[in-house]
Design a protein around this ligand. Structure first.
Ligand code: GLY
Length: 389
């Protein structure tokens, strides 16, 4: 518990309410444009264009609608959420761009949320079908869920750290159906992921390859980080939240210590204003973009983990989460609809470097998951929130 950011202000109750009020007003304001359509993964000059439901990120927009509905109970939000759930059911029925592992990102904040909040049976049906789709990505040789691309090809024989957030869908499916298979696959994947993506210094690999013939761990590699061996900020943040969820669902005590270490690495590498650079290699003085979404994701992980810790340590992580969210609120939150149709500025989706393999887009923009996790963190700080995950 060495890092505390002592002296840095926390978000006040008044600011939390003000922030959530703006979020729901912004969402209601843009809802007519984004009910049949979805917000793109990233904004362009801070404005999201409308897109079809065909990216891995579309569930976050629906998740924002449900969080706003939870906050204010406005029936327009519920109706729009229901339209979007139908779209997700159609998507999984027709298998529209679902040949990847991001079924949790897509179906937890949209369809599981709809079912948990309103008993929406189409949401339940869609999410169970998505869970089946996710288990179809399981590779018994190596015991992990393959992230991307056609199954079995050596260049795709890998997991990625982000997948830890896709697994709650499987735990939910086990609960709903009574079938153990979903939980078993989730647990195997968690075990393999944790054993391989966390490095000795508790930084993390974005992706990790396995030998398709033997399943033996092969090598780590980045896709969206600056270079192999650096710590991509959002990957580390997925690790923070992922370890909290891994502990919640497995109850394995060793994951608590791993949560502490992975979180400490993230916090130790933040700049003075607490808004993460897109890769934790960079710090104060570097002319590099930020990824504000990583701060919100990590804050959600700390707020989740604090539920399972002794009071003093729980308070420690709640305080840090509050300080991170204060930094996001002060430095990045949209407070004027003329500036953006999103919620949080200064995120980075995919920043090409000389050493990584990703395309270049969504740099220093709003990102849809940055908006979603900002709202989730605020909601967690405002009440005892029942997870969509
Ligand atoms: N899961 C992909 C990303 O965080 O950009």
């Amino acid at each position: 518990m060495s890092i505390t950011f002592e002296g840095y202000p926390e978000l006040t109750r008044e600011e939390i309410d003000k922030a959530l009020t703006f979020c729901k007003e912004q969402i209601l304001h843009v809802l007519p444009e984004f009910t049949e359509k979805f917000q793109q993964a990233y904004s362009v000059d801070n404005f999201y264009p409308p897109v079809e439901n065909d990216d891995w990120t579309c569930g976050f927009w629906t998740g924002e609608i449900w969080l706003a509905y939870e906050y204010c109970g406005d029936e327009r939000l519920k109706k729009a959420g229901e339209v979007q759930v139908k779209s997700f059911l159609n998507r999984i029925d027709k298998k529209i761009v679902v040949d990847h592992h991001d079924m949790g990102f897509l179906y937890s904040p949209s369809c599981v949320a709809a079912y948990k909040l309103t008993g929406n049976t189409e949401g339940r049906e869609a999410a169970l079908k998505a869970a089946d789709q996710l288990v179809s990505r399981y590779q018994p040789v190596g015991e992990f869920i393959q992230a991307w691309g056609p199954m079995n090809a050596p260049e795709n024989y890998r997991l990625i750290i982000d997948c830890l957030l896709n697994l709650p869908l499987l735990y939910w499916a086990s609960e709903e159906t009574g079938e153990q298979k979903y939980r078993d696959i989730a647990e195997k994947h968690i075990h393999t992921a944790v054993a391989n993506v966390i490095r000795e210094d508790y930084s993390t690999w974005h992706t990790f390859f396995f030998d398709p013939k033997t399943g033996a761990p092969d090598h780590g590699a980045t896709c969206q980080g600056y270079r192999d061996g650096s710590a991509w900020a959002r990957g580390q943040a997925w690790g923070v939240y992922g370890m909290a969820l891994a502990y919640k669902y497995t109850g394995r005590k060793e994951y608590i210590e791993l949560f502490r270490r992975v979180t400490e690495y993230f916090l130790e590498h933040l700049p003075k204003d607490l808004i993460p650079y897109w890769d934790l290699e960079f710090t104060d003085g570097d002319d590099q973009p930020r990824d504000s979404s990583s701060a919100s994701i990590a804050a959600c992980g700390m707020l989740e983990m604090s539920k399972y810790l002794e009071p003093e340590e729980a308070r420690h992580y709640q305080t840090i989460a509050s300080r991170l969210m204060k930094a996001v609120y002060d430095n990045c939150a949209v407070k004027d609809m003329a500036v953006s149709n999103g919620l949080v500025l200064h995120s980075t989706y995919s920043n090409h470097s000389p050493y990584n393999t990703c395309n270049h887009y969504g740099v220093d923009e709003c990102n849809i998951w940055g908006d979603y996790f900002y709202m989730e963190a605020l909601t967690r700080m405002s009440k005892d929130w029942q997870l969509y995950w």
